[in-house]
Design a binder for this molecule. Structure first.
Ligand SMILES: Nc1ncnc2c1ncn2[C@@H]1O[C@H](COP(=O)(O)OP(=O)(O)OP(=O)(O)O)[C@@H](O)[C@H]1O
Length: 247
């Protein structure tokens, strides 16, 4: 089961609409959300996370609809959110912060604490369980953010530019993590990095000025690149062709 976006409109207060009549069925698996600066990726993720509510249309997961107040809590239990900056909670250690996130999502204190160990193990942070979360590096904090979504067994995890600012080693760690967690949840990842598309993602959505320029399997996206383009450059070429309308 994944998220359906149906005929959505969204505008920030008294501004031009960012998304108009947007309809998307997010497939399960790993999906990458691409698009130039200002395309509307974070806005779409905000709607999927239920932090933003469409002024018309709907965002649904099964029979849960983010426009119904009573549905928000169960919706958010199933949809995890990893913002660009994961903030350490002052005074909490790594495992405590993971457990705290689970408790905020409605788990009992006991259940959240029990599950937190597995979650930090899954992201390779168990050896740092007792360290203050404030002492983690940027890459480790993002892994903690993923662990927070694992504690409450989110079915869909949304990530906004999770590898921005990470060094190549940390980016590789992140890619490995995504690979390991793929069978536990679906992932929607917004990024500007196209070099690892083929290995990491099953499908692609390309947004530009709120419009979907492409939605489909990664292989079909790469096929849009001119034939002479070498394999490592195909995603970049397909992207450039679509954004300029040349593909
Ligand atoms: N809080 C806000 N208030 C008003 N306008 C906003 C707000 N957040 C974003 N916007 C506007 O909405 C449009 C889409 O922004 P959004 O952040 O969703 O794009 P993006 O694709 O995530 O961009 P980037 O790749 O630069 O992060 C932009 O024109 C932006 O200026």
């Amino acid at each position: 089961m994944t998220i359906h976006v149906s005929r959505c409109y969204f505008a920030y207060r008294r501004r031009e609409p960012i998304l108009q009549d947007l309809t998307l069925d997010l497939p399960s698996g790993c999906l990458v959300l691409l698009g130039p600066n200002g395309a509307g990726k974070s806005t779409l993720l905000g709607l999927l996370a239920s932090g933003l509510i469409p002024s018309a249309g709907s965002v649904t997961l099964g029979d849960l609809d983010t426009r119904r107040r009573g549905d928000l809590r169960p919706y958010r239990q199933q949809v995890g959110w990893l913002p660009q900056q994961v903030a350490p909670v002052p005074g909490l250690r790594v495992r405590e912060q993971a457990a705290y996130a689970g408790w905020l999502k409605g788990l009992s204190r006991r259940e959240a604490w029990d599950r937190s160990l597995d979650a930090i193990k899954q992201v390779g942070l168990h050896e740092l369980a007792e360290r203050s979360a404030a002492q983690l590096s940027g890459g480790q904090l993002r892994r903690l953010g993923i662990a927070q979504t694992m504690v409450h067994s989110a079915r869909v995890v949304l990530m906004d530019e999770p590898t921005a600012g990470l060094d190549p080693t940390q980016r590789r760690v992140f890619r490995g993590l995504l690979e390991d967690l793929k069978n536990q949840a679906s992932f929607v990842v917004s990024t500007h990095q196209t070099d690892d598309l083929e290995d990491s993602y099953d499908s692609v959505i390309l947004l530009d000025r709120g419009n979907v320029l492409f939605q489909g399997p990664t292989v079909s996206f790469l096929d849009l690149a001119p034939h002479q383009v070498a394999s490592g450059r195909r995603a970049e070429a397909a992207y450039a062709g679509l954004v300029k309308g040349e593909a």
